[in-house]
Design a protein around this ligand. Structure first.
Ligand code: DP6
Length: 347
């Protein structure tokens, strides 16, 4: 896999005898301004900038061990051998890390994910953020947080944001140096104590992967360009709202941005529809919570689940309302969480 544009250098010379295990952990993030659509598929450069909150739930823990005697990489996810598209993406990613490090040894990757995989709770974000941190350390790459964010981006766009704690902004990047200028960074927030209450309507894997769905949307949806333009304006307003700690404005902008993203998909040919009857029930309940005086705002990703932004102090009330609305689902209260980090091994 080409490594064009990635600005890193191995911190130490090739040391094939090093085979210590390195373990890293990362949390998913939920975008309040969505990433939907790539300008460059290979480098994972988005059309628009996005902004998210890293969560304190659903960590992915990944161990990378170099295997100098092995002829191929080995990857297990939740104790099972990875296969298909997931395996291909991890192997491509390891190849990229090896090129950056100037190393050749194969690796054994063992990853444990606590979110329902493929259900729109961003398991690829925590997965590739943890893999970026663990693999970079295992191959002795000395990367700062910006470089780790760029690297994680190559695995999965949203992973660039999970490198950071709390709120982070992933810059779409410029034409001149697309790879170098597309990375996430922390966003200053004042006086907000937010929660995201996650209502899992359905934890089965999605019918269309977000990667395929966003490609189809960009290629065929007449609503894509208008949404992308309005998303850039949403981002400007969102940063101002976060800066003044205005949860109502943050929530209103997040809700319209997410609904707009789903509108682009519904207009794709053929349509991509992740929203289910359970999703609509929850959207109605959130509207009623607002009418009853509880500030609560919905956002949805590539799946039927609904994440509800509210004040931390209202989280239990919001969770109870969502549980009542979908008795067959499950509800998890998340708050702002830490960035990707090494747990053991590495330097
Ligand atoms: C709807 O980051 O999973 O969650 O870059 O193709 O791996 P790839 O896509 P991914 O897409 C996430 C899309 C989203 C919105 C968001 O997180 O911004």
């Amino acid at each position: 896999m080409p490594t064009e544009g990635l600005r890193t250098s191995p911190s130490r010379p090739c040391t094939p005898e090093v085979d210590g295990a390195v373990t890293a952990v990362a949390q998913p993030n939920i975008a309040l301004i969505k990433y939907w659509g790539k300008r460059d598929e290979r480098l994972v450069i988005p059309w628009t900038s996005s902004l998210s909150m890293t969560l304190d739930v659903f960590p992915t823990t990944t161990t990378v061990r170099l295997a100098p005697a092995a002829g191929a990489d080995r990857v297990t996810l939740n104790g099972r051998h990875a296969a298909g598209e997931t395996l291909r993406r991890v192997l491509d990613f390891l190849e990229l890390v090896r090129e950056l490090a100037g190393r050749r040894e194969r690796a054994v990757v063992d990853s444990h994910n606590t979110a329902p995989t493929g259900a729109g709770v961003a398991s690829s974000a925590s997965g590739f953020a943890a893999l970026a941190v663990a693999a970079a350390a295992a191959y002795d790459l000395d990367l700062d947080a910006t470089e780790l964010s760029r690297l994680a981006r190559r695995g999965s766009g949203s992973a660039s944001r999970s490198v950071f704690a709390g709120f982070s902004l992933w810059h779409a990047g410029g034409e001149e140096d697309p790879d170098g200028s597309s990375y996430a960074e922390p966003v200053p927030v004042r006086g907000l104590d937010p929660a995201l209450v996650i209502a899992l309507v359905d934890d089965s894997p999605k019918a269309v992967s977000s990667r395929a769905a966003m490609r189809r949307t960009v290629d065929t949806s007449p609503l894509y360009r208008p949404w992308a333009d309005s998303s850039e304006r949403d981002l400007i307003e969102m940063r101002l709202a976060l800066g003044r700690g205005d949860l109502d404005a943050v929530g209103e902008i997040a809700e319209r941005n997410a609904l707009g993203m789903h509108a682009t998909m519904l207009a794709a040919r053929p349509a991509v529809r992740y929203l289910s009857p359970g999703t609509l029930t929850l959207l109605d309940r959130v509207l009623r919570l607002r009418q009853e005086g509880t500030p609560a705002y919905s956002t949805m990703d590539a799946g039927p689940n609904v994440k509800v932004l509210c004040h931390s102090s209202d989280a239990d009330r919001v969770a109870a309302a969502l549980r009542d609305a979908i008795p067959s689902g499950s509800v998890v209260v998340a708050r702002s969480g830490p960035g990707a980090r090494l747990l053991s091994g590495g330097s």
